[in-house]
Design a binder for this molecule. Sequence first.
Ligand SMILES: C[S@@+](CC[C@H](N)C(=O)[O-])C[C@H]1O[C@@H](n2cnc3c(N)ncnc32)[C@H](O)[C@@H]1O
Length: 321
Amino acid sequence: MRTINQQHHNITDLSLEPNDFLTDVLQGLSSNPKMLSAKYLYDELGSKLFEKITSLDEYYQTRTEIDILHQSYSTISTLIGEHVDLVELGSGSSKKTHILLDEQRVNSYIPIDISTSMLTNTVDQLKEKYPSLTIHGMVADYTKPFSLPALGGNKKVTFFPGSTIGNFEPSEAAMFLKQLSQTFNKEDGLLIGVDLKKDQHIIEKAYNDEKGITAAFNKNVLTRINRELQCDFKVENFQHHAYYNTSKSRIEMHLISTIDQTVQFQDQTFAFTKNETIHTENSYKYSIDSFQKLCLWCGFKPVEVFMDKNQWFSVHYLEVM
Ligand SMILES: C[S@@+](CC[C@H](N)C(=O)[O-])C[C@H]1O[C@@H](n2cnc3c(N)ncnc32)[C@H](O)[C@@H]1O
């Protein structure tokens, strides 16, 4: 573990070991069908591309969640309370968190993200905007065990926006939430954004934008593998493909091989037939009821749920039972 002292704030660096990435990629490309974990989409460029995605017209999720947080702010701030430690999972640019930090009722803010560049830049910017706030950033994979820094607030509120929970298989989401609930004290809260089931064309457009930013985001994982693991993917021979799998209520993002080809990786060769895919991300969509049932099973009781008028997105406040 490394602690980087940046002026008056700390960043704990628990970033992935290069070997973890290698092992996961080798395992993913050896599996049938081939797959890669979505967490590897977020290197420096991937994080910047994701930020661009969040302001695309087609990507309703970010602006809708921000609208919900603004519109329901007075109830949400009452639920959160004062002098709390705000822990954010997959904080990215922390754009949504400004809504919660602006009133300065937070004792400390602990953003956690797997992307070192995004986390450190964001902490720098937050420190400028909120000079008196204690910020302790953590570069970490939240699916692996890690310890939070010492907290001194009245309670802990975990913020998990962006429907990032939808990237987990439902069984993994259940395990993740169950483990999270076991770290909670009675008064702690979970504020979590969850994308909802809706007309599948609206969902599919969000992952197939006209400018091709999502395609670049998806393909960038191959460039990352080439750079960090000395592989020779010909990125131009893969195409972005995202579609809604109705029976599983999820967007699936894939990279399709446009030709028969082989890819050399360390001492191994991976063969791709034309139209074979690498499955790079799932984004599960829930109903209010299915998400609340999942949470109840994991030890969380629903306290409030907030939605936009179209009922496209939801923000849940939960406490442990
Ligand atoms: C869908 S984006 C959401 C970003 C931001 N919270 C928002 O709502 O716009 C997912 C974020 O989670 C981070 N992330 C993905 N997998 C992660 C993991 N296993 N551990 C920590 N952070 C992760 C990514 O780097 C990215 O910033």
